[in-house]
Every structure is written in structure tokens, then in C-alpha cells.
Design a protein around this ligand. Structure first.
Ligand code: FAD
Ligand code: PHB
Length: 391
């Protein structure tokens, strides 16, 4: 087998990269460890920045997103049992976010790639990457009971945080920047119309809670829990009790409960590797960086990386120039670090830390209070939340 770009991983990064390359006339093959069903059902992120939405629509995979996505012009910050709306649309000159589940983006991209004759190898075993420091890069894997090799010009490592590409780079090349947080998120998908039209981020003395949604019928809710919490200690009624306590508000607002369809625990972590490239291997998305989910940036950063990578490959194949490829890591990292800063800031402001002193708690509330009353502070949050400009 031979192609121009060998892509490891059919998450949002790998699929979108393959799609964008196809639009530029560049061939790619995706090697994915899991089945199509698995990747199309995996519940993850749900908030798309304005720029991500525009990119999906402009590249021809936004039809269902435009039809089914929920466009939100604001979010609510809740503390001391009071809600404060941040009108992002007005503060950013007309930008919004769209609620559309990550696995729906994945479904749309898989069907677009397959309809265009694109090749995705699902359920590949023992995937490994070779020769990326030479002129003959290759991806080796098991498929159909046989060992196969995909020869390519470049490899795109889009295989997520636990993939094989990043660890294949020789020791000493990459510098890792890492922060773990002393908490995780317990997330549920619930069969109940969301109790608010917009997302509610709530700071509470029992810990952070988030009310989000997937559709007008399905809610997505999260609570801060301990970092090693076992999901078996969280029967559904205990989750609802905690959500009721942490989201409680003055007035007649009520959190409506419903059957929990799915639940899981996600660790919170900040992680970056520099550089995001070695030889002919380019890392994109979670393979290169992780953000805590509070800023809703993970999926959007993956999309931003592959936008830049596809442009760099396009320049190379059309002119032979490697300038954009050479700058790939540096270009991505500027955005990555701004998203890291924002995600860390949202996380620090809204969660309870074990080490919090009464001073820290007062300071957190003062920060939220300042934010809720300052147009300048709200504008800063809004422009980061809807997504910073590309350049
Ligand atoms: P991934 O989506 O991880 O895709 C990588 C792909 O590579 C996967 O399909 C995987 O199966 C495949 N792969 C892995 N190893 C190999 C291998 N060896 N060979 C071949 N293929 C391989 N972000 C938010 O903003 N909000 C959220 O609520 C949120 N929740 C999350 C919950 C979980 C459990 C996780 C893990 C992440 C969550 N994120 C969330 C982050 C967001 O989903 C990611 O940033 C996003 O998926 C990144 O896309 P990606 O394509 O880079 O990586
Ligand atoms: C989600 O809907 O899954 C979601 C929303 C906002 C976040 C994180 C996750 O900050």
C-alpha cells in the first residue's frame, strides 16, 4: 500500500485532516485501532467554536451540523445561587458556539470520506510507525489476519493522548509540559430536556457543576469529583442529588431529572509536547496536547491543528516549499498555549481545590463577581470561549 499522507487515528483530527487534504487533491489513508461503530458512538466533547463550525460548513461537511446543531449566543456563570449571563454574541461582534456532539462530527466526516472513496482501515492491530526520520516513512499494522505496511511521504500522528505516535519519537527530542488537577469530572448523559437553554457553569462549595446538553431532548451534566473516584460509588440518585445541590438557584429555576443513559469519569489534565513534529512525523490534536474540559477546547484545538497541517501539506505538494511544514509546530503552539491558559484559568476559577483556604474561596468568588460585573472581563472570557481568530 502507498499513499501521500499516512494518518494514524480516526478521531476528529485524523478524519478532518483526511477530508481537508482530499479537497486539496492530496491522498491519504487512515489507520484506526477501533471499529467504526465504536468511534461513532464514543461520547466526548460537545461545544464547537465559531471557527470550527465555519471550517466544517465551508469544507462541505456541515449540512447536518447546521440543521441539528444548537447555536448558543451566551453562557451562564452561577455562584452564590445567582446566575450571570455572558452575552458572547454581543461581546464578540456576532460570534457564537454550537452544541453538536463530537461523535456526530465523527459520523459526518466518516461518511464524507467513504463517499469520496477515501480509505479508512478500522480495527487495525499492533499499529507502529517507522522511518519518519528517513525518506521512507511507513505505518505497519495488522488487518485481516495479515501484517500490512502503508508507505507514505509523511505520517500524521492523530492517535490521541494514548496513541503510539508520540511515544515513538526518540527520547530527548520532546519536552513535556504537564499539570494534573486534584479532581475529575463525572459526566452523565440524561434523557431529559435541558433545564436551561444555555450552558450553566456553577461554582459551589460542594464543587463545580456544569449543565450542558446534546439535543433539545438530551441533557449532558457534569460534577467535580475526586481524581480516583469509582463510578460504582455513584448511583443515579446520588448524582442527581449532587447536581441539585450544586446547581441550585434563587427564584423558581428547577433542575428537571430524568433517566441516566450513560455515565463516566474523565480526568482533568493539562499537557503539551514541544515540538509537535519530528522528521516526517507530525502530531495533531490530543496526541500533542490535552486541556481540562472546563474551557471546551480539546476538539476545537484538534481542528485548528489539522487546518494548519493541511495548508502546510498543500503548499508542499503544490510548490515543493517546506516553509509552512517547518513552521507547523510553532504556528500551532501559539494557539495551543493560549487555549491552555484559558482552560487552566476557567478550571482554577470554578473548581474547589483540596488545598483551598478560606482566603482562596473568597478570592474565587471575588473573581466571579468581578467577571459578572465587568464588560472588559466578560469580553475576555467571551472571545476565548467562542474561539480566538486563526492568526
Ligand atoms: P481522539 O478523539 O482521541 O482520536 C484518536 C483516535 O486514534 C481514536 O479514534 C483512537 O481509537 C485512535 N487510536 C489510538 N491509538 C491508536 C493506535 N495505536 N493506532 C491506531 N489508532 C489509534 N473535550 C471537551 O471539550 N469536552 C468534553 O466533554 C470532553 N470529554 C472528553 C472525554 C474523554 C473520555 C476524553 C478522552 C476526551 C474528552 N474531551 C473533551 C477532549 C476531546 O474529546 C478531545 O480533545 C478530542 O477527541 C481530540 O481529538 P483527536 O482526534 O485529537 O483525538
Ligand atoms: C459538554 O457538553 O460536553 C461540555 C460543555 C462545556 C464544557 C465541557 C464539556 O466546558
Amino acid at each position: 500500500m502507498r499513499t501521500q499522507i499516512g494518518i494514524v487515528g480516526a478521531g476528529p483530527a485524523g478524519l478532518l485532516l483526511s477530508h481537508l487534504l482530499h479537497l486539496q487533491g492530496i491522498e491519504s489513508v487512515i489507520i484506526e485501532a477501533r471499529s467504526r461503530k465504536y468511534i461513532e458512538e464514543r461520547i466526548r466533547a460537545g461545544v464547537l467554536e465559531q471557527g470550527t463550525v465555519d471550517m466544517l460548513v465551508e469544507s462541505g461537511v456541515g449540512e447536518r451540523l447546521k440543521r441539528e446543531g444548537l447555536v448558543h449566543h451566551g453562557i451562564e456563570l452561577r455562584f452564590n445561587r445567582r446566575g450571570h449571563r455572558i452575552n458572547m454574541y454581543e461581546l464578540t461582534g456576532g460570534k457564537a458556539i454550537t452544541i453538536y456532539a463530537q461523535h456526530e462530527v465523527v459520523k459526518d466526516l466518516v461518511s464524507a470520506r467513504l463517499a469520496a472513496g477515501g480509505q479508512i482501515v478500522f480495527e487495525a492491530g499492533d499499529v507502529s510507525v517507522h522511518g519518519f526520520d528517513s525518506s521512507t516513512p511507513a505505518i505497519r499494522f495488522q488487518s485481516g489476519g495479515k501484517t500490512q505496511e502503508l508507505a507514505c511521504d509523511f505520517i500524521a500522528g492523530c492517535d490521541g493522548f494514548h496513541g503510539v505516535c508520540r511515544p515513538s519519537i526518540p527520547v530527548g527530542v520532546l519536552t513535556e509540559f504537564d499539570r494534573t488537577y486534584p479532581f475529575a469530572w463525572l459526566g452523565v448523559l440524561a434523557q431529559v430536556p435541558p433545564s436551561s437553554n444555555e450552558l450553566v457553569y456553577s461554582y459551589h462549595e460542594r464543587g463545580f457543576a456544569l449543565l450542558s446538553m446534546r439535543t433539545p431532548e438530551i441533557g449532558r451534566l457534569y460534577i467535580q469529583v475526586g481524581p480516583d473516584e469509582d463510578i460504582h460509588n455513584w448511583p443515579d440518585d446520588k448524582i442527581w442529588r449532587e447536581l441539585q445541590a450544586r446547581l441550585a438557584a434563587e427564584g423558581d429555576w428547577k433542575l428537571t431529572e430524568g433517566p441516566i443513559l450513560q455515565k463516566g469519569i474523565t480526568p482533568m489534565r493539562s499537557f503539551v509536547v514541544e515540538p509537535m513534529q519530528f522528521g516526517k512525523l507530525y502530531l495533531a490534536g490530543d496526541a500533542a496536547h490535552i486541556v481540562p474540559a472546563t474551557g471546551a477546547k480539546g476538539l476545537n484545538l484538534a481542528a485548528a491543528d489539522v487546518r494548519i497541517l493541511s495548508q502546510a501539506f498543500a503548499e508542499f505538494y503544490s510548490s515543493g516549499k517546506t516553509q509552512l511544514l517547518d513552521q507547523y509546530s510553532q504556528t500551532c503552539l501559539r494557539r495551543v498555549w493560549k487555549a491552555q491558559r484559558f482552560s487552566w484559568w476557567m478550571t482554577s476559577m470554578l473548581h474547589r481545590f483540596d488545598t483551598d483556604s478560606p482566603f482562596d474561596q473568597r478570592r474565587q468568588v471575588a473573581e466571579l463577581d468581578y467577571l459578572a460585573g465587568s464588560r472588559a472581563a466578560m469580553t475576555s472570557l467571551a472571545e476565548n470561549y467562542v474561539g480566538l481568530p486563526w492568526d
